[in-house]
Write a protein that binds this ligand. Sequence first.
Ligand SMILES: [Zn+2]
Length: 252
Amino acid sequence: MPKFKLVLVLALSLVVAFGLVGTAFAAPDKGKPVTPGDVKQLTLVFYQGPPSEKGKPADEPEPSYVLIGLKLYETATYYVNPEGSGVDPEAVKAAIGASFEAWDEVTDFELFNDTVGTTDFRGREYDGQNAISWVLIVPPKIVALCTIWYEGELDPDNPARVLEFDICFNMWHEWGIDPDGEGTEYTIDAFDIQNVATHEAGHPVGLDDLEEEQNSEQTMYGSTTEGETKKISLHPDGDIIGAQELYGAPAE
Ligand SMILES: [Zn+2]
């Protein structure tokens, strides 16, 4: 009964989508308290934006990062549901694993478990599992989003504790894996999974989106385009020093 199964999957997808439409529109709810008790949530939205070529970077770009005011106090295990990506599941897990590992490599703390788990869960829910999945999100200009549950106050000097995070990639878009990574010879006509995932992973690390044009070369710059791969590597003058402010630099 493959046809029936397809209809069922589509129906379930729509349920997830409508669930997200409501919350996606209510996205800028930084610090909005949710039950139970002291658990709060915030959502950071990653938009599709024009290629960063309007204007030129400032002559002397400032090293830049913005701390959300939260961080990981324990190594986080995360689980991937590749369904809906349109990409080979093992390749998806490898790309996402490399994204999270990029942050581990520059800090003196094991932020993320090296083992990438698998889950059937899709969407966002405070359920004790850090999940990464593909869902329909409206409006389509949202490429991905990250919801973080935390306790404490958002305070860069005394960061709140991340309790859980869920990352959603928007199924409206075409996704892929650029065959030469950050090389320039080939570019794909799709959003590169590792490129977007490296940005999203920066949020539970504790880094906020950057909006200034002069920071457009950084991983934490707040918009992306199809074919972009430059966010795969963390920028030494911004992304990396931001992460090291929170977790220290790895021993030489
Ligand atoms: Zn972001």
